[in-house]
Design a protein around this ligand. Structure first.
Ligand code: ADP
Ligand code: F6P
Length: 425
């Protein structure tokens, strides 16, 4: 038994160990939860992002971290396999076909047990343990067996699919049993919660849309914004995309929409910056996605760009948070076009970066963020004409719509999200 009254358990720690230094880990879960843990005493149990290395608990950025080791087999079967080639596509409504593999499932059970045991060791008597996301759905049940004294919460950061899809999963009953160990499950949207409740009503559930630490999105200095705009040729319309390189994000679709608008002459004097963090790079569908995106960028620049004046500026790297603020502030139009997304924090970050209510957000109806940011230029990424129409609409932005969304995001930040979940728990 440990001495932590509050324990977060997530697949990844908020930092990855890269060589001998640490880098902020990718994804919305870490972006949202790191400020919550900094504000509350407690510890974070998770994987430090490298294979096979065992680390002692350590402090980083004001958070106490408890590393869990994943070996090569765990990485391939639990992480790349069951988490990201079975559950991820299944929970995102089969954008690609999920694979069902008994060895991956066995590894999922084994690794969930590793996380449950680490959490059981870290938690004080009667502690609150908050388990995160689809990689760890068996942890609540395992933990409750090891430590019946602790209160266990679970939050699903990604969508929960309709029963007809979930029922494809050969281990659907085991997943539901695992989740029954919690005292409360939180979902991003009512539809996720409704889908889950159609399967079982034995667990307390709630909808808690996650958010951002708005104070982390620094207001960018005007000279930095001017410099960035100048670097891309001071276009009339500067468009921006910021994503993990993931097939759920609809990056190719926004490129095709821009290409089609250029072809029709419906968009001119435009530059598009796409920042894409490398993600899950050994998985086939991720490779294909990157290849298709990069091919489209090359084609668009070849067709419509000029020497020293490409249309698409593409960075396949993670950009430091301080710099991200400048990109958001400089962009006239933010393109967030996922086929399916639990929330999409990028949409909220963009809105937070526009305190003067300039700029415009093009947002997929299939992102969780569309429930709250319904004043955005909404589009259906499965319908290219709809994406094109939203982009054209966003070229004449409406400050009242942006103001409304900005006020909402500033008021409903990640501290409020954590507070409401933990109070309910
Ligand atoms: P997901 O959790 O699926 O990755 P979100 O949009 O919810 O999607 O969260 C992504 C997070 O990662 C955001 O906080 C965003 O700022 C950050 N991010 C995405 N792409 C980049 C990038 N190229 N450089 C730096 N941060 C990025
Ligand atoms: O909820 C989104 C999420 O899948 C997190 O669970 C995850 O940590 C993040 O995106 C990044 O993905 P990965 O950890 O696979 O790099």
């Amino acid at each position: 038994m440990g001495d932590n009254e509050f324990v977060v358990v997530a697949n990844r720690l908020p930092v990855d160990k890269v060589g001998d230094h640490y880098e902020v880990s990718p994804g919305g879960l870490v972006a949202a939860l790191a400020p919550v843990l900094r504000a509350r005493e407690g510890c974070w149990v998770g994987w430090p992002g490298n294979i096979g290395e065992t680390l002692e608990p350590f402090e980083f950025g004001g958070i106490s971290l408890v590393p869990v080791t994943l070996d090569q087999n765990d990485f391939e079967r639990f992480y790349e396999g069951f988490s990201n080639s079975t559950l991820w596509p299944l929970y995102h409504d089969l954008i690609v076909q999920p694979e069902y593999n008994q060895e991956w499932w066995d590894s999922y059970v084994e690794v969930n047990r590793k996380f449950a045991e680490a959490a059981a060791r870290a938690a004080a008597d009667g502690a609150t343990v908050w388990v995160q996301d689809y990689q760890l759905q068996l942890v609540p049940g395992m933990l409750k067996e090891l430590r019946p004294d602790v209160t266990v919460g679970f939050f699903l950061h990604i969508p929960f699919p309709a029963p007809a899809l979930f029922q494809q999963l050969p281990w659907r009953n085991e997943i539901l049993e695992g989740l029954k160990g919690c005292d409360l499950i939180g979902f991003q949207r009512n539809t996720d919660e409704d889908n889950f409740r159609l399967l079982t009503q034995d667990i307390r559930t709630g909808t808690f849309p996650i958010s951002i630490d708005a104070s982390e999105i620094a207001v960018a200095p005007e000279e930095d914004v001017a410099k960035l705009r100048a670097a891309v040729g001071n276009p009339k319309h500067l468009l921006l995309g910021v994503d993990r390189m993931d097939y759920t994000k609809g990056i190719l679709q926004r490129l095709l929409a821009i290409e089609s608008l250029l072809e029709e002459g419906a968009l001119d004097d435009v530059a598009f910056i796409q920042l894409a963090t490398p993600s899950r790079e050994r998985i086939e569908h991720y490779r294909t996605t990157r290849k298709d995106v990069e091919e489209a960028i090359g084609r668009i620049n070849g067709r419509f760009g000029d020497v020293g004046r490409p249309i698409v500026h593409y960075i396949h790297r993670s950009v430091p948070k301080e710099k991200l603020g400048t990109f958001y502030a400089a962009a006239d139009i933010m393109l967030v076009t996922p086929f399916k997304d639990g929330m999409n924090l990028v949409a909220k970050e963009y809105v937070a970066a526009h305190p003067n209510a300039d700029g415009a957000l093009v947002l997929s109806e299939f992102a969780g963020a569309a429930v709250e940011l319904n004043q955005a230029y909404l589009c259906n990424p499965f319908d290219l004409e709809s994406v094109k129409a939203a982009i054209v609409g966003a070229t004449e932005p409406d400050a009242a719509r942006m103001r409304h969304m900005h006020d909402w995001v500033m008021e409903h930040d990640v501290a409020a999200w954590a507070q409401s979940f933990l109070e309910e728990l």
